[in-house]
Design a protein around this ligand. Structure first.
Ligand code: ADE
Length: 255
């Protein structure tokens, strides 16, 4: 991977968002000048991590919860960029449990306003894909690469499209059909989850940089629910902590 171009965070706080507490558990323990603000049924943790002003929170599962939380992060807590850290189901053949996907873009695989608009297109936006911020994603990918080399040398980094929908994909046949429908519309998705496209759309509305990493917890197949539960409880927070702190150290060095 070529070295990333210099990129500084815009003034404000970096928001670190996950759907579940286990996806970012270790990070709150390292927060300095920590301040907890309860709002709209969520806890928002303000402070600094590795010298970077941050706000951490958990959206809960699904696109509506994610969009609502992203909006609060921006409008109420001064987020100037959002990074999502969480888990996903692997869709593309080589994307295995324990690998990490850094999203280049998102689409909603359950959005279908046809025949008014082409399948997957977000009405009034004229597009189905929302791209992630290239430089922030590159910083994130380099942080993933370094963390994997140190802690999980057998795991691979993948960069590409991630599909989001309000459905836990838990069946080999369902997963195959999902990929086939996406492919017919010209989209090759690496992984599936339930929040990213919503956050990407909110960030696009507000003109904010967005990046996302997803550790693969399952293969979206018949055992996905068991693999997911076990992975989230035992492994996910360790990935998030190692990778996000590497990203923050890079950013802190630029502050
Ligand atoms: N997040 C993690 N695994 C998932 C799956 N199989 N479907 C949807 N979201 C997920």
């Amino acid at each position: 991977m070529p070295p990333s171009p210099p990129w500084a965070l815009p003034p404000g706080r970096l928001a670190i968002l996950s759907a579940l507490v286990d996806e970012q558990r270790g990070l709150i323990d390292h927060l300095q000048q920590a301040q907890k603000v309860a709002h709209a049924g969520r806890n928002f943790w303000l402070g600094t991590l590795d010298g970077v002003p941050v706000v951490l929170t958990v959206s809960r599962i699904g696109k509506v919860a994610a969009a609502s939380t992203a909006t609060l992060l921006i409008e109420r807590f001064g987020a100037s960029a959002i990074v999502f850290t969480g888990v996903a189901g692997g869709l593309a053949p080589g994307v295995k449990v324990g690998d990490v996907v850094v999203a280049q873009g998102f689409l909603q695989h359950d959005l279908d306003a046809s025949p008014l608009f082409p399948r997957y297109e977000v009405p009034a936006y004229g597009r189905s894909r929302f791209e992630c911020h290239a430089a922030l994603s590159q910083q994130l990918a380099e942080s993933v690469q370094a963390a994997l080399a140190e802690g999980w040398p057998a795991a691979h980094l993948h960069c590409g499209l991630v599909a989001s929908g309000d459905r836990f994909v838990c069946g080999a046949e369902e997963s195959r059909q999902l990929q086939e429908r996406l492919r017919e519309a010209g989209h090759e998705a690496l992984a599936v989850e339930m929040e990213g496209a919503a956050v990407a759309q909110v960030c696009a509305d507000h003109g904010l940089p967005f990046a996302a990493m997803r550790t693969i917890s399952d293969r979206a197949d018949d055992t996905a629910h068991q693999d997911f539960t076990q992975f989230v409880q035992t492994v996910a927070s360790r990935y998030a902590e190692r990778i996000m702190r590497r990203l923050l150290q890079r950013m802190g060095a630029q502050h």
